[in-house]
Design a protein around this ligand. Structure first.
Ligand code: GTP
Length: 438
């Protein structure tokens, strides 16, 4: 067990890392990730990572946020420039892994940069989660328990729990007793939300121990073989096999060992939480963030009226006919045009799209510069409240419950599109349902 000395200074410095992944991840986010990296996809009027960053910016103690991923450096340049203006107290930087190193491998690879300035605590957020990020509560639990790690947990149904990392905890002390990533059988319905707070003195030695174990213990089936992992961490070549051997994941390789210590705790959130994995999952994430903004009386949202059923976000450059009815849970992007008598509900309409008069869009995402014709109907199927899946079974076939039009798609006048995923640049001239249109 790794012991951390008792902290006297409760204003300990904290750094934050947001794990943004790279182009080979987020494939389930297609077709939307064909045109924009998933972390920059806009839900409720802001890129997915903006929601994470906004939460981190509220933690007094944090002065530096590092985005760690393996996208090209240029990908986050504009985002960082804008975010640095919005959150001037934060130094925001992007560190690029030369290849996918895994959720723990990336942290370890950049340990010197992370440890610069000797932060005592490290917040780690998966970029692909949507939640209220109760970081303040996690910090309080961390201090109260003199923890070496705190994980954010949430309860899901017993049937879905095994799709996630499962936490067995002492409900009284909040101590994590066991952690198993995607167990084969039910062990707990308290699951890992992908948000962590670590003592820096604990997490890096824990990753180092996992690396050492790899080199001395036969490899688990799911990992590629590695003869000398420790030294391959120092190497910076782009050899594929060497790179694979460096892959280390917090979930599989680190958290279960942390549970062996008695200073790993869970903060259970009763607030909303969803993963943003499939493209369709952007729709519930959009709804949850809009609802949160509405509760907070955000001035970014469009005020309710006879034709605006809140919460609705309309970009200032969009043109919405006053007879169109929007909401609830609708985001309208820059320069979108919505015609007279259109009806839009539970949907995201992306930049430069056009929804012509009397069209109906529900439970859908309308891609950049796409056009929905007059009297057309583009719809998905509502996702049951609390469901963590965006697929449904229709006529014996598993389909996406959310209809998604990729970039520059066209739906003809009076055409009906139902539960379809449509790749970019397609013209839909006849009714379609339950199909992937390639
Ligand atoms: P599953 O949930 O297991 O299906 O895998 P996933 O790839 O969809 O998600 P995972 O739990 O592996 O990733 C959690 C977060 O970490 C996401 O925001 C990913 O983008 C990010 N991530 C995953 N792998 C890497 C990696 O190798 N490097 C970095 N920097 N981030 C990663």
């Amino acid at each position: 067990m790794l012991q951390v000395p008792l902290r006297e200074n409760h204003q300990a410095s904290t750094k934050a890392v947001i794990l943004v992944g790279g182009p080979s991840r987020g494939t389930r986010f297609r077709p939307l990730s064909l045109d924009v990296p998933k972390p920059l996809f806009e839900v409720a009027g802001h890129p997915i990572i903006h929601h994470c960053l906004k939460a981190v910016a509220k933690v007094d103690d944090v002065r530096e946020v590092i985005l760690v991923g393996y996208y090209d450096e240029s990908v986050f340049r504009d985002f960082i420039k804008d975010a640095s203006k919005e959150f001037p107290q934060l130094r925001i930087l992007y560190l690029r892994e030369y290849t996918a190193l895994g959720t723990a491998g990336g942290l370890y690879h950049f340990r010197d940069a992370i440890l610069k300035g000797k932060p005592e605590r490290l917040l780690v957020l998966n970029a692909d989660v949507c939640c209220s990020f109760p970081l303040g509560e996690m910090m309080r639990l961390f201090d109260e328990k003199d923890a070496e790690a705190v994980i954010l947990g949430t309860r899901v149904s017993n049937e879905t729990a095994t799709n996630f990392g499962c936490i067995v905890s002492d409900s009284h002390t909040k101590r994590v007793l066991h952690y198993v990533e995607k167990p084969e059988s039910h062990i707990s319905n308290l699951i890992n939300c992908g948000v962590y707070l670590f003592a820096t003195e604990c997490i890096f030695p824990a990753i180092r121990s996992a690396i050492k174990r790899r080199t001395t213990r036969p490899r688990l089936l799911s990992y590629p073989s590695s003869d000398n992992l420790e030294s391959s961490f120092i190497a910076t070549g782009d050899d594929e096999d060497a790179a694979k051997s460096e892959v280390l994941r917090l979930e599989q390789d680190i958290l279960s060992d942390l549970a062996d210590s008695n200073r790993f705790f869970v903060h259970e959130t009763k607030d909303f939480w969803r993963q943003i994995k499939t493209a369709g999952s952007a729709v519930p994430a959009n709804a949850l963030y809009l609802q949160k903004a509405f509760q907070a009386e955000s001035t970014e949202l469009t005020p309710p009226s006879a034709t605006i059923v809140p919460p609705v976000y309309i970009h200032p450059t969009a043109t919405v006919d006053p007879t169109a009815k929007l909401g609830p849970n609708v985001s309208i992007g820059p320069r979108v045009v919505v015609g007279a008598g259109a009806r839009i509900k539970d949907s995201i309409v992306l930049e430069d799209a056009e929804i012509r008069h009397d069209a109906c869009v529900m439970h859908s995402i309308i891609g950049w510069s796409s056009r929905v014709g007059a009297w057309a109907r583009v719809e998905g199927t509502p996702i049951p409240v609390g469901s963590h899946s965006t697929s449904i079974v229709k006529q014996g076939i598993k389909v996406q419950s959310i209809t998604i039009l990729g970039k520059e798609c066209g739906v003809g006048d009076e055409v009906r599109v139902q539960n379809c995923v449509c790749l970019p640049y397609k013209e839909l001239k006849r009714d379609v349902s339950n199909e992937v249109i390639m």
